[in-house]
Structures are given as C-alpha cells and as structure tokens.
Design a binder for this molecule. Structure first.
Ligand code: HEM
Length: 44
C-alpha cells in the first residue's frame, strides 16, 4: 500500500497502481497499518 511492491518483489499495476500512487501512498504508516489490520481481521 506504500510503494506498490509486494514482499516477494512483485509490482502492482493497472488500477491498483493508481490507487497506490494517488491514494494509499499518501497515508501515514499508522493509517496503512489500521487498514491492513481491519482487512486481515477474522469475522464472525
Ligand atoms: C484501500 C484499498 C485497497 C487495498 C488495500 C488494495 C489491496 C490490494 C492488494 C493487496 C493487491 C494484491 C493482491 C495480490 O496480488 O495478492 C491488489 C491488487 C489489485 N487491486 Fe487493489 N486494493 C485497494 C483498492 C483497489 C481499488 C479501488 C481498485 C480499482 C479501482 C483496485 C484494483 C486492483 C487491481 C487491478 C489489482 C491487480 C494489480 C496487479 O496485479 O498488478 N484496488 N490490491
């Protein structure tokens, strides 16, 4: 969500590249972590 590069070195492109360049790349590390925590949370 910060750089568009995955832990295994893949590069996210297309519309996801725009999301990162124009959006999530501007978030603070804290806010990105909050989004990741929310998305990874177990649901009932
Ligand atoms: C906060 C919002 C978002 C998050 C956290 C997010 C997260 C991700 C992640 C983790 C992947 C990689 C999946 C993988 O390969 O394992 C991905 C891929 C992708 N996302 Fe998003 N996404 C978001 C919003 C969006 C939006 C709004 C769009 C479309 C307008 C979008 C379009 C795509 C596309 C097209 C890919 C595939 C990119 C590629 O393989 O090069 N994403 N996204």
């Amino acid at each position: 969500m910060s750089s568009g590069i995955t832990p295994d070195g893949d590069v996210l492109g297309g519309s996801m590249g725009e999301v990162i360049r124009d959006g999530t790349g501007f978030l603070s590390a804290e806010d990105r972590k909050a989004i990741a925590t929310y998305l990874m949370a177990e649901t009932d």
